[in-house]
Design a protein around this ligand. Sequence first.
Ligand code: MG
Ligand code: ZN
Length: 363
Amino acid sequence: MKIKIKNILLGCCLAASAMSYAQKEEAQPKNIILLIGDGMGLSQVSAAQFYGENKPNFERFNNIGLIKTSSAHQLVTDSAAGATAFACGIKSYNGAIGVDVDKNPVRNIVDYASNKGMATGLISTSSIVHATPASFFAHVDSRRKYPEIATYLPTSEVDFVAGGGLQFFDRREDGKDLIKTLKENGFEVTTEKLPSITSTKKQAILLADDAMPKMSENRGDFLPEATALALDHLSQNKNGFFLMVEGSQIDWGGHNNDADYLVSELIDFDKTIGVALDYAKKHKNTLVIVTADHETGGFTLAAEGTNYHKIKMEFSTGGHSATMIPVFAKGPGAEKFRGIYENNDIFTKMVSSLNKKEKNQPK
Ligand code: MG
Ligand code: ZN
């Protein structure tokens, strides 16, 4: 009788542990796509609902959370500290690019992913040396040091990059030719237009001297198309990939208190989210995360006076605000992104997925 009970208990334990193992297996993404809408608060996201032509891709997510975005030294973060929190997992000071409060370099997610044999990519509608993308490959004490930030790219672990910033590579005051250095480090460099097919080499696609044009200045489908190209490129790696995609200019529409600028950039970003989600639908082992570094403009969708039939888009500042920022996640491990937590936990949650991968998948 005693033995029987033991067996039953043992059986239960085995079943339970087998189940939790299966759940862990499920929660392991092979690929991570992180989409950052710079300056994108909840009112900006809500604008997609009122001003987009199609049902917003934001509505395709089933796991939603909120992040607190204050930086180490300021209540209201900038994009450098915000991106450094995502890229390196630490709260630093406003202006910090991949460095801590003492200006020491901190290992970033690109290095973690690359160390696990994954491919990595960065895409931005700003210059690639601008604060958000820069925090994923450079370690510099000030976001304004664009020429110095650029020197980090050729020897970084990044395999695919697309955006603006050509002048910081080919027209430098120090006379260095960073296009040559990129090529020496195995990059195929493109400066004319987005290639229609991907390369087997690493790719650096630098299509503007500084920022990419605004949507209203005929940027067209650069962001969704560069994202599709990156997914093609990075999929060649059997160990999976990490891709960061930034809709940079949602922030600039907010700074300019220009609602049309903001909305056109937001709709372009939503379309790009669709590309990532469509890829993840076909490749179920892909985790897609959408969030922002902070809100910009104190943007609101206010009623026009007492007329509740009409929305008047309004701003309360030319700078950033401290409001919590939504996080949308879908795919293996997405439930981890529910709840209310700090912005640097985005990094922790992504890296914990990668660490599981290392434990359970033989090299
Ligand atoms: Mg940015
Ligand atoms: Zn900003």
